[in-house]
Design a protein around this ligand. Structure first.
Ligand code: PSU
Ligand code: MN
Length: 301
């Protein structure tokens, strides 16, 4: 079919054999960091996925096609475009393809593509969620409903702490999405490891997480799970985050532009400290997603 996702031969072969494949998003590459520094996180994520024995499948829209698996040069185009790239939730993908624009998929957009091609594990930094002040703006990330309807496990460091994390945790429960904590009983707060709401279950082994995913999919075949991993060397940026959210709101920035604007301001206000933590946790999460994908592929049938 003309508009079907273009999947690389390597990934097609791996999926055909039932070998582990890990989906990776591109919004963090283009919009998540300033100065093209998202490329480091993306390359390191791919390296970590391979090191754990899985195949990385980075997703984006390029030259009129949904692409699953990108070359190093193609990945660099997303980093180079920065916020000139379109930010693609699931609803934005089709228009971007047809109009031939460069588009980076969010977690939600990436999940929609993974659903179409049969990728069950995704690694990222932090998912989108319920924004602070949601009662006035009704700004709730489309990552959440996509997670609720996709048979995939997303490994992340919780929801970005620029959000209302307790409200996000409540909505995840409402949507029936299990929130597993990797060696933790509370949901990590992205930049910091502690202080979040309780997870629905704590897990300590990749095999355990894989078996929970398989069991969950027996009951709810088309629903997703979160595996949340606290950042190593996290930092408490709460005061900065609150200030950044406030300033972005005062500047009248709304909708899809909020997250990139807040992240850029946090980068500034933290003197780059947030960048290091962010880059590291993204790669660590990709590595863990690969470990669980490998364990899943070895579960006894
Ligand atoms: N976390 C980051 N950097 C990012 C994002 C999350 O540290 O760039 C991106 C992810 O792609 C996520 C998206 O899916 O932000 C959510 O955006 P929104 O809140 O507009 O739905
Ligand atoms: Mn939004």
């Amino acid at each position: 079919m003309r508009f079907a996702p273009l999947v690389t031969e390597e990934i097609t072969a791996a999926l055909g054999r039932g070998d582990p494949v890990v989906g990776l998003e591109t919004t963090l590459v283009s919009h998540g960091f300033s100065g093209g520094r998202g490329l480091v996180a993306a390359q390191e994520s791919e390296r970590r996925v391979r090191a754990a024995g899985a195949t990385p499948a980075t997703v984006g829209v390029l030259d009129g096609a949904i692409r699953v698996g990108l070359t190093a040069d193609e990945l660099a185009r997303f980093a180079g475009a920065g916020s000139d790239a379109r930010k693609l939730g699931a609803r934005d993908i089709a228009a971007c393809v047809v109009q031939g624009a460069l588009g980076s998929t969010t977690v939600g957009g990436t999940l929609a593509v993974c659903r179409a091609v049969g990728i069950r594990f995704v690694g990222t930094g932090g998912i989108g969620g319920v924004h602070r002040g949601f009662a006035d703006s009704l700004d709730v990330s489309a990552d959440l409903p996509e997670l609720a309807r996709t048979q995939a496990m997303v490994v992340c460091s919780g929801a970005k702490s620029i959000l209302d994390v307790p409200a996000t945790a409540e909505l995840l429960e409402t949507l029936g999405v299990p929130v597993l904590g990797w060696h933790t009983a509370t949901m990590p707060l992205f930049f910091s490891a502690t202080g979040g709401p309780p997870v629905s279950a704590s897990v300590s082994q990749a095999e355990e997480a894989a078996a929970i995913a398989a069991t969950h999919w027996q009951l709810a075949g088309s629903s997703g799970l979160l595996l949340t991993r606290p950042p190593v060397d996290g930092v408490d940026l709460e005061a900065l985050l609150a200030e950044a959210v406030q300033r972005v709101s005062e500047a009248g920035i709304t909708g899809q532009a909020v997250t990139p604007a807040v992240l850029a301001l946090v980068e500034d206000l933290s003197g780059g400290q947030s960048v290091e933590v962010n880059q590291r946790l993204i790669a660590d999460n990709a590595g863990l997603a690969a470990e669980v994908a490998v364990a899943y592929s070895r579960l006894p049938g």
